[in-house]
Design a protein around this ligand. Structure first.
Ligand code: GSF
Length: 204
């Protein structure tokens, strides 16, 4: 399998962490989707990473589809419950954490994307996106409560997704002091970053 991505993309990091937790081998193909010469649309018409190229050369996207596929590939370290409410619960955690990334990235692009002039940037739009980030952090903290992991007593894709979202905020939004506001998220995060899968995939 080949994983097309960049080392700074949090969605790609989620897939890399899942690969590591599942002990799956793959080749990493670095791609800058923002460069003029990118060939990413040959694999993903949406022009986004991550994109997984399977043995038969078929491609899979997006990160949620890829991690679900990877989890089903091997019984090692199951990350998504098989059926029912537990499964929906873990997938909802993932949607919440990915939603933090979606909103944070929209806010960042609004402020920094070179294709937009300063006059075209909207602080109201940035605030709208950041309010989603803060609301999602509060919901995560409330739902985590005193549990050891998001979905109970075992590591799951929920924790990986939350850890990746918190790590992305540290990387691109260090001014958001989520640790002070939500000490239980810090407790979870401190535990996650000790895992080799997290430590080995820190953004450069
Ligand atoms: C999001 C992928 C994405 O936006 C997923 O895979 O879960 N829902 C998708 N990737 C970004 C890179 S990054 O910001 O992590 C991307 O490829 N953006 C290029 C573009 O043209 O939007």
């Amino acid at each position: 399998m080949k994983l097309i991505g960049s080392l700074t993309s949090p969605y790609v990091r989620k897939v890399r962490i899942v690969m590591a937790e599942k002990k799956l081998d793959y080749e990493f193909v670095s791609e800058d989707v923002w460069s003029a010469g990118t060939t990413i649309t040959e694999s993903n018409p949406l022009g986004k990473v991550p994109c997984l190229i399977m043995e038969g050369a078929e491609s899979l996207y997006d990160s949620r589809v890829i991690v679900e596929y990877l989890d089903a590939l091997s019984p090692v370290g199951k990350l998504i419950p098989g059926v029912g409410r537990e499964r929906a619960g873990v997938k909802t955690w993932e949607a919440l954490a990915d939603g933090v990334l979606d909103a944070a990235i929209l806010a960042r692009l609004e402020a920094t994307w070179a294709g937009r002039s300063d006059a075209q940037r909207s602080s109201a739009w940035i605030e709208r996106q950041l309010s989603k980030v803060h609301a999602a952090l509060a919901a995560m903290a409330k739902d985590l409560g005193e549990q050891p992991y998001c979905a109970g007593v075992h590591l799951s894709l929920a924790d990986i997704s939350v850890g990746v979202a918190l790590g992305y905020l540290d990387f691109r939004f260090p001014e958001i002091d989520w640790r002070a506001a939500h000490p239980n998220l810090q407790r979870l995060f401190d535990k996650l970053v000790q895992r080799p899968s997290f430590a080995d995939t820190l953004p450069p």
